[in-house]
Design a protein around this ligand. Structure first.
Ligand SMILES: C[S@@+](CC[C@H](N)C(=O)[O-])C[C@H]1O[C@@H](n2cnc3c(N)ncnc32)[C@H](O)[C@@H]1O
Ligand SMILES: O=c1cc(-c2ccc(O)cc2)oc2c(O)c(O)ccc12
Length: 356
């Protein structure tokens, strides 16, 4: 006998629910206030000071009164974004934490551009149409919000294209080194790599920097490659992956297939298989994506995969994150004979290598 009755346990759970529910009701405040701090450049201001920055120094740097700023800093300090330390003069000042360092505007591992994109109205508006998407498979939450899909918007509006490229590039600057360091054998012996949906070419720039023996082909929609910076060792090619993919020893696809329905993925993968066909058994398709699992309570990294799945539901027409079984299905249907899945340490990502 533990002395705790069933009704005690139920009462405790109900009391906990009364507390936990606020995280769901007011969850948006964390994103909105963090966005505010990034827009004001607060992580960069703290980074550029060798000592803790007092509230009055921060408000004079930003040319604003300290009243609202104090409340913003109090909230973010409470969330562990910033912390306070005593200055040499004995007053309190704000300093960076490992979290706020990830929000500097130009840090190599910064996620500031991703946060600004995710909190922009183009990305927020489709969330208001998620229930319509659930009730009708043919309805796209993004199209309900904007009248067109994200790639049409990017084609028509260079500002949106830049926001997407910069957000995805900050993801790439973190993940490409993580892939190469976590699974160095993936790029061994490859003479050329076509990055399918490579955006502004950041992934190939990083790849060639770390694996200089590789020749890169950055392949994306014509409007995307037309604004990609030139780089030695990389050829930019505009086209449509649903029609064909430029030839190379390996095709690399990062965060591409999660945008699409199974049938569309099978078509893209068949075009990739054709692109590597001249290299026989040594050719391969390298996919970097999340591989989701159903029961992951408490695993924060795996939870990122489930959040991305919700993002796909809101932001794409038919995209989704896939389980290992779902990956096996589309790869087999596309004609690949075998594949391996490797988890990248300390990341929500996996590398899938598929062979003809
Ligand atoms: C989610 S982004 C991923 C970008 C990049 N792979 C990364 O991980 O940073 C998807 C990319 O696919 C490109 N794309 C969309 N439709 C395409 C098509 N039909 N052919 C080639 N690229 C396409 C988009 O322009 C965009 O750059
Ligand atoms: O809104 C998004 C976000 C992503 C995304 C964010 C962070 C990652 O580490 C990976 C992907 O991807 C998107 C995407 O592929 C798309 O077609 C539309 C929207 C988003």
């Amino acid at each position: 006998m533990t002395g705790i009755t069933k009704s005690d346990a139920a009462a405790k759970e109900t009391a906990q629910a009364q507390v936990d529910i606020w995280r769901f009701v007011f969850g948006f405040t964390e994103m909105a206030v963090t966005k505010c701090a990034v827009e004001l450049g607060i992580p960069d201001i703290l980074e550029n000071h060798a000592h803790p920055v007092t509230l009055s120094e921060l408000s004079s740097t930003l040319s604003c009164s300290s009243t609202a700023l104090f409340r913003i800093m109090r909230f973010l300090k409470n969330r562990g974004i910033f912390k306070e330390e005593v200055t040499k003069q004995g007053s309190m000042g704000y300093v960076q934490t490992p979290l706020s360092r990830l929000l500097r505007k130009d840090g190599d591992d910064s996620l500031a551009s991703m946060l600004l994109w995710q909190s922009s109205s183009v990305i927020i508006d489709p969330w208001h149409h998620l229930s319509s998407r659930v009730l009708d498979e043919k309805t796209s939450a993004f199209v309900c919000a904007h009248g067109k899909d994200i790639w049409q918007i990017a084609d028509e509006d260079p500002v949106q294209r830049k926001l997407i490229d910069e957000a995805m590039a900050c993801d790439t600057r973190r993940t490409v080194p993580a892939v190469i360091e976590g699974c160095p054998e993936v790029f061994d012996g490859l003479s050329s790599v076509v990055n399918v949906g490579g955006g502004n070419g950041t992934a190939l720039r990083k790849l060639i920097e770390m694996c200089p023996w590789i020749r890169g082909i950055n392949f994306d929609l014509p409007h995307a490659v037309s604004v990609a910076p030139e780089c030695q060792g990389i050829e930019h090619v505009g086209g449509d992956m649903f029609i064909s993919v430029p030839k190379a020893h390996a095709a690399f696809l990062k965060w591409i297939l999660h945008d699409w329905h199974d049938d569309e993925c099978i078509l893209i993968l068949k075009n990739c298989r054709e692109a590597i066909s001249e290299y026989g058994k040594t050719g391969k398709v390298i996919i970097v994506e999340a591989v989701i699992e159903e029961n992951i309570k408490g695993d924060k990294l795996k939870d990122v995969g489930l959040m991305l799945d919700m993002i796909m539901l809101a932001q794409t027409n038919k995209g989704k994150e896939r389980t290992a079984q779902e990956w096996t299905h589309i790869l087999r249907e596309a004609g690949f004979t075998r594949h391996t899945i490797k988890n990248i340490p300390s990341s929500a990502l996996s590398v899938i290598e598929a062979y003809p």
